[in-house]
Design a protein around this ligand. Structure first.
Ligand code: FAD
Ligand code: UDP
Length: 385
């Protein structure tokens, strides 16, 4: 007998399944429409080169949350990979995130940290004193107008195709700005990549006789037994698919961005010289290129071979049949989401969560943290009822 059905084998669903089995000895049935577990964080090893490819775009693990770090370390070892990103602007390569190296290269100067801070404050002009409510104001406040226009404006235009003054300020606050030469992309305490790949990590989370996974199965396909129609109200369900889809788009469609990947293969040891190269200018139609082998320099045989795989990322609005990747989160979207969230409360024995269920720009560590909390606060009480 099944105690809990989980729709979605992404990190939210896997974490809930693992906790339900471990803490309550519950029998868990996971269902996913895709033919693999791991959701958007899934990766596979390329047959030709042995390079680990992150199928839905580059995934770098980082967190400052000790509980999450200890939790994930139960299932995988992490490499000592530290993420660094470069960006091309006007035919020149600059380090990201914006740091003293970027500032001094851009202004052809040798400013000290204090001098650079004073310059940026001056270049932020009237934005220096505003409480930024959107990406545009936040971006200019953080780095001043010239740097914003060079490195943020056009990249953001390609990534979101939405006026930056309609986008939330939180999108840009993901990135640190540093007045020293530290070009670590993330500011978190812990960072690394799963030593034997993402999928091994996820497999270990659910390597458990209590947990069954059924793949290639759509929760909204009424012709199969693990469907909304058959299960709703009859068994506790954790739903991690798109929230508007669950309610048949009754209040409208929430806006998402998706990404198309264009693959290139080169007979070269190293094509970009780094794992991620962003393209800040509007004349390059894609946002960034990813050279997967450069995420894993410790896999020395794979790294040394004269073959490499590079993916260029093209961002566009997602249709209903596309993979939803980034929630656009305009005011209109947030109002619609709030109404859907209110409708959830009337659903019997249901918990909604994850990046799609919560319409949230969650990184993996935030997804895991929110799943651990949702388990304690919502799923455990439901299963003990
Ligand atoms: P998902 O991983 O989306 O899983 C949801 C699952 O539900 C999917 O497997 C889907 O197939 C399934 N599903 C949906 N509808 C149905 C249905 N009708 N029936 C059955 N199953 C269904 N995080 C980081 O920490 N670092 C990064 O560098 C990073 N990079 C990212 C890059 C991109 C391009 C994207 C999109 C995300 C990135 N993330 C990153 C975020 C990370 O992917 C998420 O935090 C995490 O995967 C969310 O897990 P989830 O379980 O909420 O959702
Ligand atoms: N961003 C930018 N220029 C860059 C890198 C990032 O303008 O070179 C902005 C852009 O709006 C992007 C946001 O900062 O969506 C967050 O960047 P991040 O690299 O965290 O995006 P993700 O990896 O989630 O796609």
């Amino acid at each position: 007998m099944t105690d809990l059905v989980i729709v979605g084998a992404g990190l939210f669903g896997l974490t809930i399944a693992q906790q339900a089995s471990e803490k309550l000895n519950a029998k868990v049935q996971i269902v996913d429409i895709r033919d693999h577990i791991g959701g958007n964080a899934y990766s596979y090893f390329d047959e030709e080169t042995g390079i680990e490819i992150h199928k839905y775009g580059a995934h770098l693990f980082h967190t400052s949350n000790k509980r999450v770090w200890e939790y994930v370390n139960r299932f995988t070892k992490f490499t000592d990979y530290v993420h660094r990103v470069y960006t091309t602007h006007n035919g020149e390569v600059f380090p990201l995130p914006i740091n003293l190296g970027t500032i001094n290269q851009f202004f052809r100067a040798a400013y000290s940290p204090m001098e650079a801070q004073a310059l940026i404050a001056q270049q932020a002009g009237e934005y220096a004193d505003v409480d930024p409510q959107n990406l545009n104001d936040q971006g200019i406040k953080l780095i001043g107008k010239p740097l914003y226009e060079a490195f943020i404006k056009n990249y953001t235009g390609k990534q979101w195709q939405t006026d930056p003054s309609e986008l939330p300020a939180s999108i840009i606050r993901r990135l640190p700005v540093r007045f020293n030469y530290n070009n670590r992309y993330f500011k978190d305490t812990y960072e690394g990549l799963p030593a034997d790949g993402y999928t091994k990590w996820f497999e270990r989370m659910i390597d458990d006789p209590n947990i069954t996974v059924t793949l290639g199965t759509d929760f909204f396909d009424d012709s199969q037994p693990l469907s909304k129609k058959a299960l709703r109200g009859n068994v506790p369900i954790v739903y991690t698919g798109p929230i508007d889809r669950y309610f048949d788009y009754e209040l409208g469609t929430l806006k998402w961005r998706t990404v198309d990947f264009k693959e290139h293969r080169f007979d070269e040891v190293d094509h970009l010289g780094c794992p991620v190269m962003n393209y800040a200018d509007a004349d390059v139609p894609f946002t960034r290129s990813i050279e997967f082998k450069n995420f894993n320099p410790e896999r020395t045989d794979v790294a040394a071979q004269k073959k490499t795989v590079v993916w260029d990322e093209y961002s566009r609005f997602a249709g209903r049949d596309d993979d939803p990747y980034y929630p656009v989160n305009t005011d209109e979207d947030r109002e619609m989401f709030a109404k859907y969230a209110a409708m959830e409360k009337a659903e019997p024995n249901m918990v909604f969560g994850g990046r799609l269920g919560g319409y949230a720009y969650f990184d993996m560590h935030q997804t895991i943290n929110s799943a651990l909390i949702a388990f304690e606060k919502q799923v455990e009480p439901l299963l003990k009822k």
